[in-house]
Write a protein that binds this ligand. Sequence first.
Ligand SMILES: Nc1nc2c(c(=O)[nH]1)N[C@H]1C(S)=C(S)[C@@H](COP(=O)(O)O)O[C@H]1N2
Ligand SMILES: [Mo]
Length: 550
Amino acid sequence: MGSRRRYALFGLVSTLVGMGIGHLVAALLNPDSSPVLAVGSQVIDLTPVSMKEWAIRTFETENGNLDKVVLVGSVFVGVLVLAAVAGVLARTRLLWGAALLIVMVAAAAGAAMNRPSADALDLVPSLITALTGVLTLVLLDRLSRGASLSVALSPAPTKKRLVLTEDSRDGVSPDTSATATPTEEDATVTSSASATRRTVLVAGAVLTAIAAAAGGAGRWIGTLRARPEDIALPDPSPGGALGPLQAGLEERFSDITPLRVSNADFYRVDTRLDTPVVDSEGWTLTVDGDVENELTITFDELLAMPMVERDITLTCVSNSVGGKYVGGARWLGVPLKDVLDMAGVGSKADQILSTDFDGMTISTPLDLATDGREALIAVGMNGEALPREHGFPVRLVIPGLYGFISATKWLTKITLTTYAEQESYWTKRNWDTVAPIKPSARIDTPRALTTLDPGEVLVGGVAWAQNNDGVTKVQVQIDGDGWVDAELGPDVNDVYWRQWYYQWTDAKPGSHKIAARVVDGEGEVQTAARAEPFPGGSSGIHTFLVTVAG
Ligand SMILES: Nc1nc2c(c(=O)[nH]1)N[C@H]1C(S)=C(S)[C@@H](COP(=O)(O)O)O[C@H]1N2
Ligand SMILES: [Mo]
């Protein structure tokens, strides 16, 4: 292997060792301080909205959104390129290579310390990353130079030897001693050189394995930490309990999304790369800002308050027409109103600024949150404690508003303030501050661009109009003909989605266009005007082609 390539590999190995061990140390101290995660999160925060939207649209798959994997994966590739450059620099001057590694880690440390909740201890994983990375580079360089030196000492022709001595880091090309008659001495020196070279290879392999093991251990510890806590949820108070959820259409038509989405299948959208681990013990909710009484409530105190159950369909503003970032669930929690009343909201506030455990903020218009809709400070989802992915121990759930202005997960603070005074995460990124969910119908079956058997075809899906008195009709259109009413599934409530189906009885061979739209409780027909998710949610009618086989 050429020595340049070898040093590039040294750079890679050193970086991986530093990253792996730093990640492991972070998993033990505070997962959020991992330089790897910090860089990833920073990238997500800095990615322009248009690119994020593009990534979300482009990398949406059956099993969730790969957008983050792709964004962060590209950064990872960039880091590896820099790592290789650091290695090549180290070949000329060890100090330069080490300096580049340190600059890279310093950037990661900056990202880790840039989180609102960071403290001095969060620097430790970065320091360890820098230290182990540089030490690894030095070690590999030492070993490798040992290899080159021993060959340089071999009695090769003077000219060749000069070249080697001048650039002893340059290793040996295979034909170095070809011009000289091999002697016994040569043979031993060469074999000791190749022995050293083997040492370098073995060391590289062992170090890479250590990096992978450390990184893997870090992830494993992260998974262990993220195990759900065993929480006994209180029952809803007598007036707050709901009856069992009706049987959904999925019992007859398995291709239609279940009326209630299980916790495991519920869509997840947030800015995080990890699964935050927030303990219920030590958790508090502070209510401050423009209030008469500032409050701090512990988890046990919250659980002791009257609890209500509500069926609410969450929707993400990033959901494109026909997309998957929407789901219905049964939530258990304390009415937001009860807590706001305890605090006594002042007259200046026009915004509820909610903050998560890591300082991430979400804004909600105060007038909308308190207009009578049943917003919850939720602790339960579908009869269980909130899964960590969905905000354990406590989150907000506010019907009718897109999640980015209403559904704060890992909630720790509610501040009554004004839009003029404080800007939330997405407000700073120019998303709308008033963003009611737009009515929409989605076709779950058949799938776009699939080939179907002729004859009877079930067309079915879900529709929602949380902010417009619910769904009264869903209509289906085949090949641009008239709109036909679909059959509706159970009516849970206005802020819950509704399943629907239509039996297309005479699907004939050829290509066909299917479309579905919702009519809301105000009699308003879903708009066909197309809008992208940014800045206030997508609109347009879910339409696609299918092929009916001949
Ligand atoms: N702390 C925090 N809460 C958050 C987010 C986030 O990034 N961080 N994302 C919001 C968005 S955009 C949506 S759509 C909902 C999604 O909730 P879910 O992941 O439980 O479906 O959470 C909201 N709450
Ligand atoms: Mo969202």
